[in-house]
Ligand binder design. Structure first.
Ligand SMILES: [Zn+2]
Ligand SMILES: [Zn+2]
Length: 270
């Protein structure tokens, strides 16, 4: 049998690589929907993800395409959850909803998108999703959603390298350079069009590039993409007391060695 999404040889309708891609997207979906809500309601997320600048505390949509996309995401994910429940004769148990929070300025924050909890429910059942006879459609739907959300939300941060594109085509491995911005989940290759889960590539790339010297912001972004985030505060403390720059860029920006960060982290009590 060949994978319905990438045509690799496999025993199941979706190969393990494509199944992992779907799981990674679903796991990250709540965070992506958070960014989408910010776009939708006109909030701006500053560098610190905990801070929200409220220009619009009214809960009114200021970005109709983002609102439509949030609705589409809910519909598409609910549809796959329903399909799984039908096939397995499950009852869909809605996970408990968090109560709306108040932010510092006293505004009622918006309701979390209900698609978030469905995404997490599906993420825990991706193996079952991959066995559906139309699993290729699920892969297409879910990567399509992630792609559209990526294009709708704007990320101010500079792109981070993910290494060469691992997709295999008729001429062998693609090898085009891939990049992603902090928080991005799916990276589409500009050369071959393959879509990859960012976390897997970023983690693999970091493991292979321990010798690289990067700026403080690049290290923080790369760790976040790789799913091994470091808080800005901790990173500042490490730079102050534990990790020295290995070199300086021509504009005076200090460069830190990736391996130094990993080694220091290993020494931390868990
Ligand atoms: Zn595949
Ligand atoms: Zn490629």
């Amino acid at each position: 049998m060949i994978c319905q999404a990438c045509e690799a040889k496999t025993q199941t309708p979706l190969c393990s690589h494509c199944t992992n891609t779907v799981r990674d997207i679903l796991d990250e979906m709540p965070r992506m929907l958070g960014y989408l809500d910010d776009t939708r309601y006109g909030h701006t997320r500053l560098a610190d993800p905990g801070t929200r600048h409220t220009r619009n505390g009214t809960g009114l949509n200021v970005n109709p395409p983002a609102a439509r996309l949030a609705r589409d995401t809910h519909l598409v994910l609910a549809n796959w959850a329903r399909t799984l429940c039908r096939v397995h004769n499950w009852r869909y148990q809605r996970p408990p909803q968090k109560r709306p929070q108040r932010n510092n300025s006293g505004f009622q924050a918006y309701q979390p998108n209900p698609a978030s909890s469905i995404a997490l429910w599906l993420a825990q059942r991706t193996d079952k999703l991959a066995l559906l006879p139309d699993a290729g459609d699920a892969h297409r739907d879910i990567t399509w959603l992630a792609d559209r959300i990526e294009k709708t939300i704007n990320r101010p941060d500079p792109p981070i390298h993910l290494g060469p594109c691992p997709a295999i085509g008729p001429a062998g491995r693609c090898m085009a350079a891939l990049t992603a911005r902090p928080g991005q989940v799916i990276a589409a290759c500009h050369t071959c069009g393959a879509k990859h889960a960012v976390r897997e590539l970023a983690a693999e790339h970091l493991r292979r590039t321990q010798h690289l010297q990067l700026t403080a912001a690049q290290i923080l972004g790369a760790l976040e993409l790789a799913g091994e985030p470091l808080s800005e505060r901790t990173w500042r403390r490490w730079r102050q007391y534990h990790i020295r720059p290995r070199a300086w860029r021509h504009d005076g920006e200090p460069l830190y060695r990736v391996g130094d960060v990993y080694e220091h982290r290993k020494r931390q009590p868990v």
